[in-house]
Ligand binder design. Structure first.
Ligand code: NAD
Length: 473
C-alpha cells in the first residue's frame, strides 16, 4: 500500500514533500511515514471531491447500495490484512481486534442498504391548488476527520452514511494512524469512482484546519477530543458549514447495592481496559452503593491484577500499549496528580518498564467528585471508584461532568433502572451492560460530548438536507 495521499483516484505525496513518521506503539520504533499535508493538498482533494459530486449524487439508491456492498465485500476479503494494519499501527492486541473489525464490516453493510430506505414525509395539498412534498438531498463534499483509537471503524462511521446519502468525501485520518484508511482506498480503487472518497494525511492544525475552513466543503464531521471539537466548530462558523461532533466521554458506571457485583466486575475487567481504555464510552468512573463498595474494590483490584499486559501480537495478551509517548505521559500525569492529592491506587499507577508505551491497568480510590481525575477524560487504562450514600447522590455525581456520551446502571430493580435511564444526561444508557453497540442504533453525545449521531438511520439523515417542493396546479 503506498504511504501517500489518495486524491481523485491517484496516489500523491504532499505537494511540499513533507512526511510524518508513523510509530509502532508497542516498540516506539518507526514503522513508516505518511504525507504531512498542507492547505494545497486539501485544495486538490476538495477539487477532486467536487468534480465527482454531481455524478455520484445523481446515482440511484440502488446503485449506491451496490457500490457500498462491494466495498463491504472488499473489506471482508481483506479482513486479515486490515486487522494486522490496525493492530500494528495502534498497538491493539490481536485478541481484541475481531469485535471492532466485525462492527466495521457490519456498519458498511448497514449503510449499503440504507439509501433504499431513506424517506421524506408524505406529500399533501396543504395549500389549495398546490401539492407539497419533502425530499432529502445530499449536501456536497463532506470533510471527515477521524481519531486514532479505532481508525478504520471511526472512518467508516463517517464515510458510509455520507456516501450512502450521495455525498463525496475528503477524509483526514489521525496523523498517528493513517494506514488502514489508505489500505481501504487501495482495495476499493476499482469500486469507488475517482474523487468519491479522497484521503489526505496530516496533522489537525494544518490539513485538518484547512479542510474545516475550505468554502467548498459543505459539512464537517469530526470524531475527536472536546478541544478539537471546539476548534473545529469555531473555524466552521466562518463559513457557517454544518458540523457533526463526536467528542470525548467520561462514562459513569453506577453499581447499586442490589446489582450482581461479580457480574459487574467480570464485565469491567474486560471493558474498562479494552483498547487500553482508549474508548470514548469506556466505563471509567465507577460509582457504587455504600453497601457494595468494599466488595467491589477488592474484586475489581483482584481482576485488574489478573490482566495480561504486554506484546499485542501474543494471543494471550488482553491489553497492549497506549498509542503514543504523549498519551502515556498524559495518563501518568492524571494518576500522579490524583495520588499527590491523596488518592490511592489499589493496583497499577505507573508505566511499565519496557520498550513502547505501556501503562499498568489502574484502580484509583479515595477521590472526590471535584477531583481532576473524576472530571476529565483520561483516555487510558485507569478507573476511579467512588462510594455514593444513596440513589440521588449517585445520579447527581453521574451527571456532574461536562461530558454526556454514555453511562450505565447496574441494578436488579426495574423501577430504579427506568428512573435512572430517564434522568441520566447521556446519549447512550445501558442497564446491566456497558459498551455494547450495534449499527441500527444511534451513537452520540449530550453536552460537551458533541452533537449529531453516528450509526443508524439518524446518521444518514445528518448527511442530507430537507427540501420542501411545492407544485402549483
Ligand atoms: P484529537 O482531537 O487529538 O484528534 C482527532 C482528529 O482531529 C485527528 O485527526 C486530528 O488530527 C484532528 N484535529 C485535531 N485538532 C484539529 C483542528 N484544530 N482542526 C481540525 N482537525 C483537528 O483526538 P484523538 O486524540 O485522535 O482521539 C481521542 C479523542 O477522541 C478522545 O477524546 C475520545 O473520547 C474521542 N473519541 C470520541 C468518539 C465518539 O464517538 N464520541 C469516538 C472515538 C474517540
Amino acid at each position: 500500500m503506498p504511504e501517500l495521499n489518495y486524491i481523485g483516484g491517484e496516489w500523491r505525496p504532499a505537494r511540499s514533500g513533507a512526511t510524518d513518521e508513523i510509530i509502532d506503539p508497542a516498540t516506539g520504533r518507526v514503522m513508516g511515514t505518511a504525507p504531512s499535508s498542507g492547505p494545497e493538498d486539501v485544495e486538490d482533494a476538495v477539487a477532486a471531491a467536487r468534480a465527482a459530486y454531481h455524478e455520484w449524487s445523481h446515482t440511484t439508491p440502488r446503485h449506491r447500495s451496490e457500490v457500498l456492498t462491494a466495498v463491504a465485500d472488499a473489506i471482508a476479503a481483506n479482513m486479515d490484512e486490515l486487522s494486522s494494519i490496525e493492530c500494528a499501527n495502534v498497538g491493539k492486541p490481536v485478541s481484541i481486534i475481531e469485535f471492532e473489525m466485525d462492527l466495521t464490516l457490519d456498519n458498511w453493510r448497514f449503510f449499503a442498504h440504507a439509501p433504499r430506505f431513506m424517506e421524506g414525509k408524505a406529500a399533501a395539498e396543504y395549500v389549495e391548488g398546490a401539492t407539497s412534498y419533502v425530499r432529502r438531498d445530499s449536501l456536497g463534499v463532506i470533510g471527515s476527520i477521524a481519531p486514532w483509537n479505532y481508525p478504520l471503524n471511526m472512518a467508516t462511521w463517517k464515510l458510509a452514511p455520507a456516501l450512502a446519502a450521495g455525498n463525496t468525501v475528503v477524509l483526514k485520518p489521525s496523523e498517528l494512524t493513517p494506514y488502514s484508511a489508505l489500505k481501504l482506498m487501495e482495495i476499493t480503487a476499482d469500486i469507488l469512482p475517482p474523487g468519491v472518497v479522497n484521503v489526505v494525511c496530516g496533522r489537525g492544525t494544518t490539513a485538518g484546519e484547512a479542510l474545516v475552513a475550505h468554502p467548498g466543503v459543505a459539512m464537517v464531521s469530526l470524531t475527536g477530543s472536546v478541544r478539537a471539537g471546539k476548534a473545529v466548530a469555531a473555524t466552521a462558523a466562518q463559513t457557517l458549514k454544518r458540523v457533526h461532533l463526536e467528542l470525548g466521554g467520561k462514562a459513569p458506571v453506577i453499581v447499586f447495592d442490589d446489582a450482581d457485583v461479580e457480574a459487574v466486575v467480570a464485565h469491567l475487567a474486560e471493558s474498562a481496559y479494552y483498547n487500553s481504555g482508549q474508548d470514548c464510552t469506556a466505563p471509567c468512573r465507577i460509582i457504587t452503593g455504600a453497601g457494595v463498595n468494599d466488595r467491589f474494590v477488592e474484586a475489581m483490584t483482584e481482576a485488574t491484577r489478573g490482566l495480561k499486559v504486554g506484546d499485542p501480537t501474543d494471543a494471550e495478551v488482553a491489553m497492549g500499549p497506549v498509542v503514543s509517548e504523549a498519551q502515556a505521559q498524559r495518563v501518568a500525569g492524571f494518576v500522579d496528580r490524583a495520588l499527590a492529592a491523596g488518592a490511592t491506587a489499589t493496583t497499577g499507577g505507573r508505566r511499565l518498564d519496557r520498550e513502547g508505551w505501556f501503562y499498568e491497568p489502574t484502580v484509583v480510590i479515595g477521590v472526590d467528585q471535584g477531583a481532576e481525575i473524576v472530571q476529565k477524560e483520561v483516555f487510558g487504562p485507569v478507573i476511579t471508584v467512588q462510594s455514593a450514600p444513596d440513589e440521588a447522590t449517585a445520579l447527581a455525581w453521574a451527571n456532574d461532568v461536562d461530558y454526556g456520551l454514555a453511562a450505565s446502571v447496574w441494578t436488579s430493580d426495574v423501577g430504579r433502572a427506568m428512573r435512572m435511564s430517564r434522568e441520566l444526561e447521556y446519549g447512550t444508557v445501558w442497564v446491566n451492560d456497558h459498551i455494547t453497540i450495534c449499527s441500527e442504533m444511534p451513537h452520540g453525545g449530550y453536552k460537551q460530548s458533541g452533537y449529531g449521531k453516528d450509526m443508524s438511520m439518524y446518521a444518514l439523515e445528518h448527511y442530507t438536507e430537507i427540501k420542501h417542493v411545492m407544485i402549483k396546479h
